[in-house]
Design a protein around this ligand. Structure first.
Ligand SMILES: *[C@@H]1O[C@H](CO)[C@@H](O)[C@H](O)[C@H]1NC(C)=O
Ligand SMILES: *[C@@H]1O[C@H](CO)[C@@H](O)[C@H](O)[C@H]1NC(C)=O
Ligand SMILES: *[C@@H]1O[C@H](CO)[C@@H](O)[C@H](O)[C@H]1NC(C)=O
Length: 493
């Protein structure tokens, strides 16, 4: 079943060579890619589910509860990347089109530039694309398949409504891209009588709850960095650009033999811009010429660029990351503990009318870290959060790995066997699950699963098949929370 649904998505990401590539130009070496660039673009990688099935639970074990942190789906460009990198390149090509048409190649795989008009525009930056919505809907179905027993029943309720019964909640950060993703997910994961017309939930069984991005109290568990004044994204550009200055000039050198008039005027950022456009154009319109213009090595080099950047911005190289991963992890532990089973709390149903008025979402009455009776807790948020949580949970950081994620990435060469691969962590719809399960005649366990693949929480791995005993996990999270708990002080500017 997984594989069949997967196949439907493949044409977008498979990078099947087109006829265009077969017309040889005498002066050009046609590029044949073995890697699919869309799987190596880190946070710009459109959603893909790893091609293997999710790591199964050990035999005769059953899931009890799951907390799920999900990045929003594919957007048509990020503000900063547009301003800093893509726009200057787009403007450069526009100026050639206006005044210096002679510079643009007439033949070959770069000739498209003569007609090129980018779909990545100021007006639609940060907006989830149609494909992004489809992907999120697919994720809803996929998560339902994996965790069906943890969802509320699909049956229509015929008995009189129990006013005290709490609805099943999906939490989302308050940016439109998070809300749009969560709505599409709900439409995929729930029958239409529960999903609401627009995916906001029917308000009875299912309820989408918006958590304000910047409030400084409990809701930090979804977007802690937005409430942390000391968090910034700029300083990580410096090491990343050092690496860019190693690989991009080699690309420009190669291009001197292909598009000499243009290559002479390209700067390092233009190479990055074209590689970014491969991802964003594919998201916006289904394909991009730029995906066919770089060699495998050049795609692996740009992937390393993002891994360096995110190591410092939101990974082990950031002194704030573990602090900012603490709130969600602690909340997840609280929810997995499920002390509340059977207990109810006052209904937080909004009045039914609120749902009718143009999809306005209710403000939460209870924080995500309150006591909730549901078994699966999904939260939608931004790229930073899964990375912070990975650091707090010590994922990808095993000392048995040749290059654990906490090791400083060299900036003069690429390290191929590194454990820190952000394409596998923060692609669009990238997700981290903490799964609690029990086994026959045996204890209680927790494991961390990133995009379907189990990952070791180094230091909390005394359970079955690399998982962690619940009791160990319970203490381990508290110890780490004590170590990285005082984030008010580290977040002060
Ligand atoms: C609903 O909750 C209220 C207040 O907690 C309680 O007094 C009442 O008995 C409950 N009703 C039902 C049907 O459980
Ligand atoms: C929920 O978060 C608030 C602060 O944001 C904290 O005071 C409270 O103790 C937390 N509750 C639990 C159960 O962790
Ligand atoms: C990552 O692993 C190193 C080496 O074992 C360890 O010193 C460090 O504390 C780990 N990082 C985190 C955030 O746990």
């Amino acid at each position: 079943m997984h594989l069949i649904t997967l196949l439907a998505l493949l044409p977008l990401i498979a990078g099947i060579p087109t006829q265009q590539q077969q017309q040889q130009q005498p002066f050009q070496i046609q590029i044949q890619n073995h890697v699919n660039p869309l799987k190596h673009l880190s946070a710009i990688s459109p959603f893909y589910i790893p091609t293997q099935d999710p790591t199964p639970l050990p035999s005769s074990c059953e899931l009890d509860r799951v907390s799920l942190l999900i990045r929003h789906s594919s957007i048509q460009g990020n503000d900063d990347e547009f301003e800093q990198t893509m726009k200057p390149f787009i403007d450069k090509i526009d100026s050639y089109k206006k005044d210096q048409r002679g510079k643009l190649p007439k033949k070959g795989e770069w000739a498209f530039l003569n007609e090129w008009d980018t779909p990545i525009k100021e007006e639609t930056l940060e907006v989830v694309s149609d494909q992004g919505k489809k992907d999120a809907k697919f994720l809803g179905k996929y998560i339902r398949e994996q965790y069906d027993s943890l969802f509320p029943s699909k049956k229509k309720t015929t008995t009189k409504k129990d006013k005290n019964k709490t609805s099943y909640k999906i939490w989302t950060a308050s940016s439109p891209r998070d809300i749009d993703t969560a709505k599409a997910y709900i439409k995929g994961g729930f029958p239409s009588h529960q999903s609401g017309d627009d995916g906001e939930g029917d308000g009875e069984v299912v309820q989408l709850v918006k958590v304000p991005n910047k409030a400084k109290d409990w809701d930090r568990s979804l977007t802690p960095h937005k409430a942390c004044d000391a968090f910034e994204k700029v300083s990580s550009l410096e090491p990343a650009n050092k690496w860019l200055a190693v690989y991009a000039p080699k690309v420009i050198e190669r291009l001197r033999g292909v598009i000499p008039e243009i290559a002479d005027e390209l700067v390092d950022q233009d190479i990055l811009a074209m590689q970014m456009l491969c991802g964003y154009e594919t998201i916006a319109s289904g394909h991009s010429h730029f995906c066919k213009l770089f060699t495998d090595e050049e795609w692996l080099d740009v992937e390393y660029y993002f891994d360096v950047r995110f190591h410092y911005m939101m990974g082990y190289g950031s002194p704030l990351a573990a602090y900012l991963g603490m709130p969600w992890s602690k909340t997840a532990k609280h929810l997995l503990a499920g002390k509340d089973t059977g207990g109810d709390h006052p209904s937080s149903h909004p009045p039914k009318d609120e749902y009718k008025k143009g999809g306005k979402l209710p403000e939460p009455k209870l924080p995500p870290n309150a006591t909730h009776t549901q078994l699966l807790h999904p939260s939608f948020t931004h790229r930073e959060s899964p990375a912070f949580v990975a650091v707090f949970l010590n994922l990808f950081n095993s000392t048995s790995h040749p290059h654990p994620a906490s090791e400083t990435p060299p900036l003069d060469h690429r390290v191929d066997d590194r454990a820190w691969r952000t394409s596998h962590l923060v692609s669009f719809l990238g997700h981290v699950a903490l799964e609690r399960y029990h086994c026959k005649h045996d204890g209680d366990y927790v494991r961390a699963v990133v995009n379907g693949i189990q990952q070791t929480m180094s230091g909390c791995e005394d359970g079955l098949e690399g998982s962690c005993k619940w009791k160990t996990f319970d203490k381990w999270i508290d110890q780490r929370a004590a170590r990285w708990g005082d984030w008010e002080s580290v977040c002060e500017k």
